[in-house]
Design a protein around this ligand. Structure first.
Ligand code: PLP
Length: 435
């Protein structure tokens, strides 16, 4: 057990505390679609949103935009295993710890000194440097695609690709759990959803989708909320049979699954590729930005049609340089991927031993499904006051029966941090009758 002295104890909600749950549901409804505030004046919209956030904060139940100081304020001295009372971070997507890797930091620092702190322009004008081009070509070769193009976020990559490619005469056939940036990117086209990671449901959706000029099936390689891996082999075969294109968002797969962290194709040993790959560069690769990989023709098409690419400042040069260094670490294998998987397996074993349902997660994302929103908040509050950094996920982003804590494991976590977190999770699970 690790000694901990807390200035204040966690607040505990009662089942009757419906106002706060209501506020959380409204909070998530607005996150999912700001349109829920339509029909109000500008002032009313802002006031309503402000009240939702303040209502949750007043109850000391606001678990977003927290900083290390928010934790330290609650704790006396060096209370938890995190050095100097730093919280144990179970919410980061820096899966390989590359944001703190000395080789990555050195590459970024050298590039800043040599090229300045930012690109200063959009990519088509003065915002593309040799470092950008080098990284794009290294990334394409790492992913085994003809070409890659970078955007300033993974969101912009998905949105920019899909709004450019899909029109009112086409149809997007979407796994119902794809990322918000994909759904937003399909705003100009027709959408048909199929059941999550269900090849039979995909087949039916594709057969029903008649009368469209083009069909694009869209999946995530690893799903950001459930951490499960797409059944890419089966999905690719069906997509081919039905003459559709396939796009895979590899944001949580690149650097995590497959040999050398090459992603979902490698995980399944597939030599044939999806038509288009996209992803965030802000997760395992430890940088920021996003990419689309595909044919040379696709990249040329995006260069002249994709508005978030054309009209937005490119990622800084140092970011391109550090991403090249991160790719190099992945290719040469510096041990981070092994450490990540050893931590994932340790943590999953611990969760099984506590008595949580074995999860389908096969990646660094481990959801803890807590089917009761009051218990979920109490659980989160308890961990927050015990210096374990996790975030809750609520309806309507997930269904009420699937409200959860989204835990992510990284290579940086030490064994004592993992065991401390598991110990606190077990205490909370017993306290709130979760297992
Ligand atoms: C599956 C998925 N795609 C795209 C994105 C967007 O990436 P970025 O944060 O780089 O904008 C995210 C998360 O952030 C994600 O989870």
């Amino acid at each position: 057990m690790h000694p901990a002295t807390f200035k204040t104890g966690p607040k505990q909600l009662l089942q009757a505390d419906e106002v706060i749950i209501d506020n959380y549901n409204k909070y998530y409804a607005a996150l999912k679609s700001p349109a829920v505030l339509a029909g109000l004046s500008f002032e009313e919209r802002l006031y309503t949103a402000h009240e939702i956030v303040e209502g949750v904060k007043r109850e000391d139940m606001y678990f977003y935009r927290r900083t290390n100081e928010d934790f330290n304020m609650r704790c006396e001295g060096n209370n938890a295993v995190g050095i100097n009372a730093r919280p144990v971070n179970l919410a980061s997507n820096d899966y390989l710890g590359f944001t703190k890797h000395p080789v990555v930091i050195k590459a970024a620092t050298n590039a800043i000194q040599q090229y300045g702190a930012a690109s200063g322009s959009v990519p088509l004008l003065a915002g593309t440097t040799g470092l950008h081009k080098r990284f794009e070509s290294e990334l394409a070769s790492f992913l085994d695609f003809e070409k890659a193009i970078t955007y300033n976020s993974g969101y912009a990559a998905n949105y920019g690709l899909l709004t450019a490619l899909l029109t009112a005469s086409d149809v997007a056939i979407l796994d119902m759990s794809v990322h918000a940036s994909i759904i937003d990117g399909c705003c100009n086209t027709n959408k048909i959803y199929f059941s999550h990671n269900d090849p039979t449901s995909l087949k039916i959706a594709l057969m029903k989708a008649t009368g469209y000029q083009n069909k694009l099936v869209i999946i995530d390689g690893v799903y950001s909320m459930d951490g499960d891996i797409a059944l890419l082999d089966e999905i690719m075969a069906i997509t081919k049979e039905e003459h559709a294109w396939l796009m895979v968002d590899e944001s949580h797969a690149t650097g995590v699954v497959g040999g050398q962290g090459k992603g979902t194709h490698s995980h399944f040993g597939l030599s044939e590729k999806a038509t288009i790959l996209t992803g965030s560069l802000g997760k395992a690769l430890g940088g920021s930005g996003g990419y689309v990989a595909g044919s040379s023709e696709l990249v040329s098409f995006l260069e002249i049609t994709s508005r978030p690419f054309i009209f937005s400042t490119s990622i800084p040069q140092h970011c391109a340089a550090q991403l090249s260094a991160a790719l190099c670490l992945l290719k040469t294998g510096d041990g981070a991927l092994d450490r990540l998987w050893s931590n994932i397996n340790y943590f999953k074993r611990g969760m099984d031993e506590i008595g949580f349902e074995p999860s389908q997660a096969a990646s660094a994302i481990i959801p803890v499904i807590i089917r009761d929103e009051v218990k979920l908040l109490n659980f989160c509050s308890f961990l927050h006051h015990n210096n374990v950094f996790v975030n809750p996920v609520f309806y309507p982003v997930v269904s009420k029966k699937k409200s959860r804590i989204r835990i992510s494991v990284t290579a940086l976590l030490k064994e004592d941090e993992l065991s401390y977190s598991l110990d606190r999770i077990e205490t909370a699970a017993n306290k709130f009758n979760i297992v």
